[in-house]
Structures are given as structure tokens and as C-alpha cells.
Design a protein around this ligand. Structure first.
Ligand SMILES: Nc1nc2c(ncn2[C@@H]2O[C@H](COP(=O)(O)OP(=O)(O)OP(=O)(O)O)[C@@H](O)[C@H]2O)c(=O)[nH]1
Ligand SMILES: [K+]
Ligand SMILES: [Mg+2]
Length: 441
């Protein structure tokens, strides 16, 4: 018998209502001991008084009873809706301890749900993502995954692989039996199309992961171009120090924004220049590292110096760059429409002019580059690695080089995919053989 665990399911601290969850075989006994009554009718709230071991009242609240297997974890689960006060929590946890329950480890309810076959790993991850979701787009993505979008996609691929494996195994194991010759061709065709489909999901921009973790935008430019002024405008607060002294910013300063539902992390960086100062040089090194790891770059030029353009900043421009010409208020020249083949956003960070245009351009760029359609996407590095492994295994697949090795490649591909949902490999191949071909006794 596994431990019976409990945890506060709602956030800690004072609250009108706090929800406690109990899971395990001892939940029903604990509930009865707390309430002095047998557990209520399943899934129906009942108002009760909860008491400690001496009969003193702990609280007056609602309890719900979810007997196994129809619960979140698949075990007996009880839910207590009590007042969210520290003294109530202290009295309840003391009593639960006396009754032999222990506090749950982080993620233990979901872990039990997974082990109990209630959730696959992608759905368990989706719960964590939904709890962490800060923007609407993140919430939608987590809900799609929780709904089984990703699990369905991966399981669909895997069951096709298992079928292809079964066809090959049939060729190997039952060579003397009556098996159609076309089986080998079928498995080759299926492996090819599966590989193409899976490779199509290995989106190099990692949109699903970006949406989960946030899109990294680096602000880059020469000292005094107005990078920190721009960051502060985007943040709507004085996040970074602004001064007329070149080389003000050294450390990378991050600001988290919600850009039309997209989680965005904007980083202000040190002005790019060769400096004799050790600290400033380190700042420039960090700026360059940020530039290299950024999903998008904002290259900022000092409009007061235009048509002069900083060479180090020009070098940073690529197709993931938005070009900003700052200090428009000081410009004497006409604003160019295009620089280095990129459209120019002219603005004044100091005066706050042209910021709407920048916000719109950023939102549009993020939407265009990272948009996640209704189709399920890979949302974690672990998913992407597993699919990449499966694609690699299918890339090696060639029955002409030996049916046994080819079968092994399919098996490796299926195992990689199985790791995504956490599905344990059972002997499904024989199942397919026996069910589809009726071979064997
Ligand atoms: N006139 C004008 N001045 C600006 C504008 N934006 C920034 N400045 C001024 O330019 C100077 C430098 O601004 P910062 O934001 O510190 O520039 P920075 O690029 O972060 O500079 P470093 O951190 O030193 O690399 C400050 O005096 C700002 O007030 C602008 O749009 N117009
Ligand atoms: K400065
Ligand atoms: Mg700065």
C-alpha cells in the first residue's frame, strides 16, 4: 500500500477559501475521522464540521469524495474546501499527520495520476504549463496539450510505426507462412512518410517552446544610441539607468512583457564598442552573447548621427532584426525607409514618439515568426529531442540492408516517441501480428 498524501492545492497564505487534497488508500478513513461521518456521496459537496483528535472543531467547510478509480490520481481522493487561514492549516496538517498521512512531494499528485494511467506525460506537463501560463497564448497552448493534442499526434505516429514493425516482424518470423510480398514495400512507404511528417514538426524556430518559455528580444546598439531609454519605454517604467554618459549599461537588464498574448523577455545590453575598461568590455561580451541567443534583435541607431551608422550594430543585422532609428527629434536628414534591406522604425525613445509603431511591428514580427496554428506543437526540448531521434532512426531505415537491422531502426524510433507520452513498451507488435494476420496458434 502506498502512502496516503495530502497537500494544499490552492496557493499558500491567507485566502477566503483554501482547497486541500488527499490521495491514497487512507483518504476515506482520514475523511471519516475528520468529519465523524462516512465519506459523502461521490463527487457531491457536503458541508461538514471537521474536528481534531480531541473533538475540537478545526473548521466548518465543504468536503468532496472521489473514490478510485474516478479521481484525478486514480486513487481514493478527498477534497476539503476550508477557510484559508494559517491556524486552520496548522490544525488540519497536525491532524492529518496523526492520521498517518504525509505531505505530498512537489508534483506527486500528477505523478500518481501518470502512474495510475490517468494522464500521459504530455498532459501532466500541460497541467504545469497551465499553472505557469501568464499570457493568453500560453494558456491556449497548454489547454490544447492538456486536451491531448500532442499525445494524440505522437501516439498516432507511434501506432503507425508499430504496424510497420509488425509487418517487418512478420516477414522475419513467419517467413515460411503465407504473407503477402507487398508487406516489405508497405513498411518502406510508411517509414518514409512518417519520417517526413515528423521532420515537419521539428520546427527550427521552436515556436511551441518559445511560447512556453518566452521569446527573447535583445536591444543592441552603440553606446548612447538610446537602448536603455527604449527599454524603459517598452517596460513603462525606469527599469534601466539612462544617462548622457556613453557606457552606462554594463549588465544585461531584462524586462518581461506580454506582447499581444506572447510572453516576451526584452534585454537591454551594453553599447557595442571596444573599451579599455575591463567592466565595460565584459558588458559588451555579454551583449554579444545575448545577441547570439536572441530570437529577435532590435538594432538601435542614433538618429542624431545619421547618415552615420554604427558599424558594429550594422553587423548584427539579420533577418530576425528590427531596425530602429532613435532620436528622430534630433534628425536633420530625412528618415530613410530601408536600411540594410530592413524597414526602418524611426522614433524618439526620450519623447515616447513612434512607440506604438514599434510595438505593432514587434507584435506582427512575433506573430509571423512564431505563430502556432491549431495543430499540436512540441512544447519542450525533451519532445523535440525524442522526435529528432525517431527521425534519425527512420533516416537509417533500409530493409534492403537487412530486415533485422531495419526492424531495429523502427523499434528505436517507436521507443523514442514512446518516451514523449511515457508509454511503456508492451509487446504490441505480436498483438498486431496476431490480430491482423491471424498467424500462429
Ligand atoms: N533627444 C533625444 N535624446 C535621447 C533619445 N533617446 C535617448 N536619448 C538620450 O541619449 C542619452 C543616452 O541614452 P541611453 O538610453 O542611456 O542610451 P544607451 O544606448 O542605453 O547608452 P549606453 O547604456 O551607454 O550604451 C541620454 O541622455 C538620453 O536621454 C531620443 O529619442 N531623443
Ligand atoms: K548612456
Ligand atoms: Mg544603456
Amino acid at each position: 500500500m502506498s502512502d496516503t498524501i495530502y497537500a494544499l492545492a490552492s496557493a499558500t497564505g491567507r485566502a477566503g477559501v483554501a482547497v486541500w487534497r488527499l490521495s491514497g488508500e487512507g483518504s476515506g478513513t482520514a475523511l471519516a475521522a475528520l468529519t465523524g461521518k462516512p465519506p459523502p456521496e461521490p463527487r457531491k459537496a457536503r458541508r461538514v464540521r471537521l474536528r481534531d483528535g480531541t473533538g475540537e472543531m478545526i473548521d466548518d467547510g465543504l468536503v468532496l469524495w472521489f473514490p478510485a478509480p474516478h479521481s484525478f490520481t486514480g486513487e481514493d481522493v478527498a477534497e476539503l474546501h476550508l477557510h484559508g487561514g494559517r491556524a486552520v492549516a496548522a490544525a488540519l496538517t497536525a491532524r492529518l499527520g496523526e492520521l498517518g498521512l504525509r505531505p505530498a512531494e512537489p508534483g506527486e499528485f500528477s505523478r500518481r495520476a501518470f502512474l495510475g494511467g490517468k494522464l500521459d506525460l504530455t498532459r501532466a506537463e500541460a497541467i504545469a504549463d497551465l499553472v505557469d501560463a501568464e499570457t493568453a497564448a500560453q494558456r491556449r497552448q497548454a489547454l490544447r496539450q492538456l486536451d491531448g493534442g500532442l499525445a494524440g499526434l505522437v501516439e498516432g505516429w507511434r501506432s503507425r510505426l508499430v504496424r510497420a514493425m509488425a509487418h517487418l516482424e512478420a516477414v522475419i518470423d513467419f517467413a515460411d507462412e503465407d504473407i503477402p510480398d507487398t508487406l516489405l514495400d508497405q513498411s518502406v512507404g510508411e517509414a518514409d512518410s512518417l519520417r517526413a511528417e515528423m521532420a515537419g514538426h521539428l520546427d527550427e524556430r521552436r515556436s511551441g517552446e518559445r511560447l512556453r518559455d518566452g521569446i527573447h528580444i535583445a536591444i543592441l546598439g552603440a553606446p548612447n544610441a538610446g537602448k536603455s531609454s527604449l527599454l524603459n519605454r517598452l517596460a513603462g517604467r525606469e527599469a534601466a539607468i539612462v544617462s548622457a554618459q556613453a557606457g552606462t549599461t554594463r549588465d544585461v537588464i531584462e524586462v518581461h512583457l506580454d506582447l499581444n498574448g506572447w510572453p516576451v523577455i526584452v534585454a537591454d545590453t551594453a553599447g557595442l564598442r571596444d573599451s579599455a575598461c575591463e567592466i565595460e568590455s565584459e558588458g559588451v561580451r555579454r551583449a554579444e552573447a545575448r545577441a547570439a541567443g536572441a530570437d529577435l534583435k532590435l538594432c538601435v541607431f542614433d538618429g542624431a548621427l545619421y547618415p552615420g551608422l554604427d558599424a558594429a550594430t550594422l553587423e548584427m543585422i539579420d533577418d530576425a532584426t528590427l531596425v530602429v532609428l532613435n532620436k528622430r527629434d534630433l534628425m536633420t536628414e530625412e528618415v530613410p525607409a530601408i536600411l540594410m534591406g530592413r524597414p526602418v522604425l524611426a522614433l524618439s525613445a526620450k519623447a515616447g514618439e513612434g512607440m506604438d509603431g514599434l510595438a505593432a511591428a514587434l507584435a506582427e514580427t512575433v506573430e509571423r515568426r512564431f505563430a502556432v496554428g491549431p495543430a499540436p506543437v512540441l512544447t519542450r526540448e525533451r519532445h523535440r529531442k525524442a522526435v529528432a531521434e525517431a527521425v534519425a532512426a527512420l533516416g537509417r531505415f533500409d530493409p534492403a540492408l537487412g530486415v533485422e537491422t531495419a526492424a531495429e531502426d523502427l523499434r528505436l524510433a517507436a521507443r523514442s516517441l514512446g518516451r514523449i507520452t511515457g508509454r511503456v513498451e508492451v509487446d504490441e507488435i505480436l498483438d498486431v501480428i496476431f490480430h491482423e494476420f491471424c498467424i500462429g496458434k
